[in-house]
Design a protein around this ligand. Sequence first.
Ligand code: ADP
Ligand code: ZN
Length: 211
Amino acid sequence: MKKNVVLLGPPGAGKGTLAQRLASELGYLHLSTGDVLRDEVARGTELGRLAKEYMDKGELVPDEVILSMVKEHVGDRRGVLFDGFPRTLAQAEGLAGIAPVDVVVYLEIGRDEVVRRLSARRVCPKCGAVYNLVTQPPKEDERCDRCGEALVQRRDDTPEVISRRFEVYLRDSAPLVKYYEEKGILVRVDAARSPEEVLADVLRALRNDCP
Ligand code: ADP
Ligand code: ZN
């Protein structure tokens, strides 16, 4: 049976990259609240206009907004990879009423490595592919390998906003580690390694029945 998996960890831990690979490996749905919000922003919807105020500052979008958005995307599916959600205890409690969580993968990484990674992150505005100028550079100078589009930096990947996002993570999201540990479903993974090594560890953990 497909599992519902939460990917937990600070910004820059590699949740998005890991989720993309896991989703294609396992045939799961990758649900990134950050990606959904960025899409709303790009389409200029009411939700997008509201979310942008928070995102540009590195603050969290209000829990009620996030919860109704997640509920709509999940429906009664199984096999969902939650990326960037839940981010607060209130969201975790809300999620429990939307879908059962089977495993929580905690991507452990230090602050310095996070800042290094996010400063070098570039994304394709057209297809969403993610690069890192240091560790995963595109073949051609700052252009997307898949579609040729010029890569850009995310609006919230500036040094000031990165450091704010990290503080918000420590304050609001880090308590989730203990919350899920007490439920006995947390798996710790060292995220300061290559995407391939992290993926292999996580696949191994998901195949074991007890984490
Ligand atoms: P990262 O994990 O790299 O910080 P995300 O793409 O997950 O980036 O999120 C970007 C921004 O979107 C966050 O800083 C926040 O403003 C908003 N956001 C995403 N997910 C949530 C969530 N679950 N709750 C509140 N805000 C969120
Ligand atoms: Zn592209």
